[in-house]
Design a protein around this ligand. Structure first.
Ligand code: P1T
Length: 405
């Protein structure tokens, strides 16, 4: 039987990786989960299995892998690791974060189905929803998901999915995962949480009732701005089968080198997140006290409208900070964006290096201006991904750049 004919329900090499580390603390899971010394050589690090296919002793008789579009041992180790970090039975990796989103929608929904999602989310997710899936008959309602009543009002009989992103990109709003999951559960609606901004080190959506967790592993999971990858974690065997069917059939599988890099990244996820949180808070406090800065958005600030909820559902507030300038002009924003030297002007986030971004013209340019402004994403908003550099150097860099505004 060829790999493409395999039934989806059979055991997958990702499942029940040994040694099981589900009872261990997060730090131990980061370093060990899904991995064991290579059985062939004893190599402590999981090798990069750079192969497209695997020998079979007779048709269908193999050592767990047949064809690398479907599975690869390096990928299986990473999938076991990510599943353990999210407290999930299954982890499924994709060639990018948006490929993971694509697989969830194609795997679980049909034309006519309706999705309620947040009006403040990554621009690429918005583009995929509006420009790829809407023409294929899926319907989307974008609401402020921090308002549970608005979500309830948006739900229709044909609603199949609630798509949450929290904290949101780029406005750092915090959505009440447990509350919306309860609302969805009672109506048999699936809940997905995009956990990219928090990472599993700070937020565990499955524990709060979510059915699926989506990650852009390109960000904190990889952690070093050197790979593009996505992952979905779930406790549902049915969803895991659907997603693996998508990988096998549509082929958005990540390569083994990227899986190796992500596995190396998760070994320090807990350490990096501690420093991201520490520096994120310091930057947010510094900006809040600065005369040239307008509103600062960071759920770790005690005065932030989402502080209390973030404190309840997250174990740290992360390294993402957004703010506007007191001088709200586009020119002032441009002077700041080109005035930093430790912060690099670039899209993306979650790496060890600090980045500065202008969502309206960069990461969120695919959202029409009117919708963006209505959701609160103004043209002068600046987004920072605060890295793990020295705190003093980061604050000095911002101070010098703000002086030129
Ligand atoms: O870039 P990719 O790995 O495909 O991940 C997409 C994605 C999904 N979800 C969230 C919350 C994201 O932030 C992203 C990607 N975001 C950026 C590239 C960015 O700069 O915001």
């Amino acid at each position: 039987m060829s790999s493409s004919d395999q039934p989806e329900t059979e055991n997958h090499p990702t499942d029940n990786q040994e040694p099981t580390t589900s009872n261990h603390a997060l730090a131990t899971r980061c370093v060990h989960a899904g991995q064991q010394p290579d059985p062939a050589t004893g190599a402590v690090m999981t090798p990069i299995y750079q192969t497209s296919t695997f020998a079979q002793s007779a048709p269908g008789e193999h050592k767990g892998h047949e064809y690398a579009r479907v599975s690869n041992p390096t990928r299986s180790a990473l999938e076991g690791n990510l599943a353990a970090l999210e407290g999930a039975e299954h982890g499924i990796c994709f060639a990018s974060g948006v490929a993971g989103i694509d697989a969830i929608l194609k795997g679980g929904l049909r034309p006519g189905d309706h999705i309620v999602t947040t009006n403040d989310l990554y621009g690429g997710t918005f583009r995929l929803f509006k420009e790829v899936f809407e023409p294929f008959g899926l319907e989307f309602t974008f609401v402020d998901m921090t308002d549970a009543d608005a979500v309830e009002q948006a739900i229709r009989p044909e609603t199949e999915l609630l798509w949450l992103e929290t904290p949101t990109n780029p406005l750092l709003r915090v959505i009440d995962i447990a509350r919306l999951c309860e609302m969805a559960d009672s109506r048999d609606i699936t809940t997905v949480v995009d956990n990219t901004f928090a990472s599993p080190a700070l937020q565990q959506p499955l524990d709060l009732g979510a059915d699926l967790v989506l990650h852009s592993c390109t960000k904190y999971i990889g952690g070093h701005s050197d790979l593009i990858m996505g992952a979905v974690c779930t406790n549902s065997d049915e969803w895991a089968d659907k997603l693996r069917f998508q990988i096998k059939s549509a082929g958005a599988s990540p390569g083994p080198m990227d899986c190796f890099l992500a596995l190396r990244g998760t070994k320090t996820l807990h350490l990096r997140m501690e420093r991201h949180c520490q520096n994120g808070r310091a930057v947010a406090e510094f900006l809040s006290d600065h005369a040239k800065v307008g509103r600062v958005r960071y759920p770790g600030l005690p005065g932030d409208p989402y502080h209390e909820l973030a404190d309840k559902q997250m174990s740290g507030f992360g390294g993402m900070v957004s703010f506007s300038l007191a001088d709200d002009s586009v020119e002032a924003g441009k002077r700041l964006l080109s005035g930093t030297s430790v912060f690099t002007l670039a899209e993306s986030l979650g790496g060890v290096e600090s980045l500065i971004d202008h969502p309206a013209s960069m990461t969120h340019a695919s959202i029409p201006a009117e919708g963006r402004r209505k959701a609160g994403l103004g043209d002068s908003l600046i987004r920072l991904s605060v890295g793990v550099e020295d705190e003093g150097d980061l604050l000095n860099d911002l101070d010098r750049a703000l002086a030129k505004v």
